[in-house]
Every structure is written in structure tokens, then in C-alpha cells.
Design a protein around this ligand. Structure first.
Ligand code: ADP
Ligand code: MG
Length: 476
């Protein structure tokens, strides 16, 4: 029997506002425990939450970027549950009326196929605190710095059919949040977390029962956890068993998922509208203002790279796939605006290859973008050959200087003076009269021999195209 995997993803993105969603406390990560906490964050009696406008604007940005209507009126509700990291006993969230309604995101699969993934909704809510299990000798510490940090929960339709598709969707969404600059995307710090809902069914049949895998914080874990979970469910079903609807956790060390708790239903939370917060009204004017501030989106950038810069589509997809990479490319291109494709080739091929070897990200590149642009410019103006450029590039990666300094210090200038190259060819011809005679009597293959000897005589500095042309003329 063939089984089909069905995946829907819930992403919790921390919005990168300065202050929390309902108080003036700092929303910054990494401070000493419980130093970014005020009475509102812990729901002390008598306090009143006040909605942070910046969080609303960022939610609207996402809505616009995924082509979703923005609700004119949305409502904050209390989601009631007990947890040590939630001292007030409820989380303020949006339930029936979320701010962002049905939208979609297009993802690119193996190179060129585009698949549209539905996004059911995105709603604003507050993050909870954090339990700290280490360093407390048998006790658990509670850090409430995170309590009240704004979250946007982005819920997808069950549209993905494999772990790979799920990861492609997550990467596309992650990248989009970076482009519109509403989330720093730091997965280690928990700024971008994913719950994966996974089920299997007979191809084309009704949806199977899903298990939800909580709090996956790396793309690799998402892929592994889903793959494990799919196998687990298939084994159960093939033995005639039933999958339980439950919440599971992924153990990266054992590479398995385990039951965390049986799934609670919405009515277990006793949602009700928060009496301390007025319904949120978003005006057409506010949406229009946010729209004006929206930067170029990844799809628009890809389009521009192809149509305005003339890049091939594969290069455009690769560059746009990471905002920092696209920014780097554009900074390099500003030095040589007419040479987009060769610049792209250097960025995607040489630079990414080198960074990969050094285990560095594009942000950590030892080669400044403008220097890479200058290197391309020196190839284009014939100062150096492509081969020399590779040597210089290696030194740039080692932090040994700028292209122009390196060209000077290594004496790697290309020989482009026609008479100088001709002089070298004359020398070589005089040096190998036998080969010359053979060549002239029809042994064409010897042409390569003369190219090699002349190049060697120029210490590798002769411009290859000029050398070729002049050789043809002189030998023939
Ligand atoms: P809950 O709050 O209980 O997690 P939601 O409706 O908010 O429920 O989210 C459900 C998520 O699970 C959505 O991303 C949805 O696409 C996904 N989902 C729903 N049914 C299935 C299913 N049978 N298999 C896989 N994913 C599913
Ligand atoms: Mg859920």
C-alpha cells in the first residue's frame, strides 16, 4: 500500500519590536533572568495591558506579503492554562478573529517547480516565560524575560507532502520574515520556532489523524522529526493500529519522537475575549501606510534580477533565497553594474564555496562585497585574467588585502600590450623551429603547444584571447 504524507506547520515568530506586546518592558533577548519584567507581564492584579502598535504593523506587513486580507476588526482572547512559565494563568492570544486571514506563500521545489502553500491565518499573541532546568540543583528556575514578547503565529494549510517540502516552506517563510524585517529569525534563540502536524493517508483518501511535534528549532530537526514520525505512523497503520491525536516532542539525540501529552482541544482552553483589551480596529489608512513601508519582496527581487539585471533564473533563485546573500550580490554589483551574471557566478560559485570551506556565513565573509565587485571589474577591464583572479581571490579570502593591492604586490598584471606579446611569440617561434615546421605542414594539434610555450614565456601574464589571436596570425 502506498501512503501519502500530509503536513501542516505552525510557526511562532517573535516580532523584533523594542518593547513587549502589552507593556513597555524590553523585548530584547539575553538579559539576566527576570530583569525585563514588569507587573503587566506577570498579570499582577489591577494592571492593564496596552497593545504595542509596532507589533500590529509588523503583523500587517506579513499579511500584505502573503496576499492575505487584514481583518478590519480582530479580538484578543484569553487562552487559559496552567504552566509554571505562565504565572497569570492565561496567555493573551487571538482566537476566532485573527488579524491576518487566509493567504499563501509560493515555494520553489527542486530548482524550478513552484508550489503554492495556503496560509490559514496569522495571529498576534504573547510569548510565555521560560523554565530553566539547569544550574538549580534539583529545582527549576523561571525566567520571565520572554513573557509578553510579541509573537506572530502563522498557521499553514495541510498542503505539504514531504519533509523536504515542509523545510522548503519554512525556509521561504523564514527568508520572507527577514526581508520584511519583522523577526530576526534566530532559531537558536527561539525567535523562529515550528510545530509540525503530521499525518499519513492512502493516496487521495481522507485526512488521517495527525500528531503534532512541538518546538522544532532547526530546519534539520524538522526534516528528521517528520521523517521519523511518518515511518512511525505507517508502521502503526500497517499493523492495523490507530494513530493517536497527540502532542509529541522530538529528541534530537535519539532521533525519535515521543508522546508529550494527549492533544488538548480548543475548548479545553476556555477561550474568552480579554475584558482588559478593546477589539483591535485596523483602518484602511494604517494598512496603506504599512504598505508604503514594505520593502521589495523576494519574488519581486527575483523577477528584477532576471529581467533588469539579466541573470539566469537559477542564479536569481539562489541569490534571493537568503536576504544577506542578495544584499551582498547587490553591493558587489554596484561596482560593476554591467556585469551581473559574472558577478553572480563569483558570488554563488567561488565565494559560497570558500565560505563553506571556512564554515562561515555570508555575513561573516572575509571578502567585502565591494572588493569582489572590484575583482570582477579587473577581469572585465583586462587587468587580470580569470585565472589570476582565482589566485587573488584566495588571498582575499585569507584577508591579505584588496584586489588592487594584491594585483600590485603579486605583480599579477596581465600583459595586454600587443607588441610585447608579439615579441614573446617571435622568441618562442625561434626557439622551436622543428615544431614550427611541423605545424606549418599541417599538424594543427601543435597550436596548443605554442599557446603553452608562449604563456609560459610570459610567466602566465599574457591575455589569453590576444595571445590566441596573435599566434594564429603569426604561425599561419
Ligand atoms: P491546533 O491549535 O489544535 O494545533 P490548528 O487548527 O491551529 O490546531 O492547527 C492545526 C495545524 O495542523 C494546521 O497547520 C493544519 O494545517 C494542520 N493539520 C490539520 N489537520 C491535519 C492533518 N490531518 N494532517 C496534518 N496536518 C494537519
Ligand atoms: Mg497547534
Amino acid at each position: 500500500m502506498t501512503w501519502e504524507t500530509v503536513i501542516g506547520l505552525e510557526v511562532h515568530a517573535q516580532l523584533n519590536t523594542k518593547s513587549k506586546i502589552f507593556s513597555g518592558s524590553s523585548a530584547a533577548f539575553g538579559a539576566a533572568p527576570n530583569t525585563h519584567v514588569c507587573a503587566i507581564d506577570i498579570g499582577a492584579p489591577g494592571v492593564l495591558p496596552v497593545l504595542n502598535k509596532a507589533a500590529v504593523e509588523k503583523a500587517i506587513m506579513l499579511g500584505l506579503a502573503i496576499n492575505a486580507p487584514i481583518a478590519e476588526r480582530s479580538v484578543f482572547a484569553r487562552k487559559n492554562y496552567f504552566y509554571p512559565d505562565l504565572p497569570k494563568g492565561y496567555q493573551i492570544s487571538q482566537f476566532e478573529l485573527p488579524i491576518v486571514q487566509q493567504g499563501h506563500l509560493d515555494i520553489t521545489l527542486d530548482g524550478n517547480t513552484i508550489k503554492r502553500i495556503g496560509i490559514t491565518r496569522a495571529h498576534l499573541e504573547e510569548d510565555a516565560g521560560k523554565s530553566l532546568h539547569e544550574d538549580f540543583q534539583g529545582c527549576t528556575g523561571i525566567d520571565l524575560n520572554r513573557a509578553g514578547v510579541p509573537l506572530l503565529e502563522i498557521v499553514s494549510e495541510p498542503d505539504m507532502r514531504s519533509a523536504k517540502e515542509a523545510v522548503a516552506y519554512l525556509k521561504t517563510l523564514h527568508n520572507l520574515l527577514r526581508y520584511i524585517d519583522i523577526c530576526d529569525g534566530n532559531m537558536q534563540e527561539g525567535s523562529f520556532r515550528c510545530d509540525a502536524n503530521v499525518s499519513v493517508r492512502k493516496v487521495g483518501g481522507e485526512l488521517g489523524t495527525r500528531a503534532e511535534i512541538k518546538n522544532l528549532n532547526s530546519f534539520r530537526f524538522v526534516e528528521r522529526a517528520i521523517d521519523f514520525e511518518v515511518q512511525r505512523q505507517i508502521e502503526i497503520l500497517e499493523k492495523g493500529g490507530k494513530v493517536n491525536q497527540e502532542t509529541r516532542l522530538y529528541d534530537a539525540d535519539l532521533n525519535e519522537t515521543r508522546t508529550l501529552r494527549t492533544k488538548e482541544n480548543a475548548n479545553d482552553y476556555r477561550y474568552f475575549p480579554d475584558p482588559d483589551l478593546l477589539p483591535l480596529h485596523v483602518s484602511a489608512h494604517m494598512i496603506a501606510e504599512v504598505k508604503k513601508s514594505l520593502p521589495e519582496l523576494p519574488n519581486q527581487k527575483r523577477e528584477r534580477f532576471v529581467t533588469a539585471c539579466g541573470l539566469n533564473p537559477d542564479s536569481a533563485v539562489t541569490l534571493v533565497g537568503q536576504k544577506a546573500l542578495a544584499d551582498y550580490f547587490e553591493a558587489a554589483l554596484s561596482v560593476v553594474p554591467e556585469h551581473a551574471q559574472i558577478t553572480a557566478n563569483w558570488v554563488i560559485g567561488d565565494l559560497l564555496g570558500a565560505l563553506n570551506k571556512m564554515n562561515l556565513t555570508i555575513e561573516e565573509s572575509p571578502v567585502p562585497a565591494r572588493d569582489l565587485g572590484t575583482l570582477v571589474a579587473r577581469i572585465q577591464d583586462n587587468t587580470i585574467s580569470s585565472k589570476m583572479a582565482k589566485t587573488i581571490f584566495e588571498s582575499m579570502c585569507a584577508g591579505e588585502g584588496s584586489p588592487d593591492d594584491l594585483i600590485a604586490s603579486k605583480g599579477l598584471k596581465q600583459m595586454t600590450d600587443t607588441s610585447a606579446i608579439e615579441a614573446i611569440i617571435d622568441e618562442v617561434m625561434a626557439q622551436f623551429p622543428g615544431q614550427l615546421a611541423e605545424y606549418r605542414s599541417g599538424k594543427d594539434k601543435l597550436f596548443g603547444f605554442f599557446v603553452g610555450q608562449s604563456m609560459k614565456a610570459s610567466k602566465g601574464t599574457a591575455n589569453p584571447e590576444q595571445l590566441n589571436e596573435l599566434l594564429k596570425k603569426k604561425l599561419g
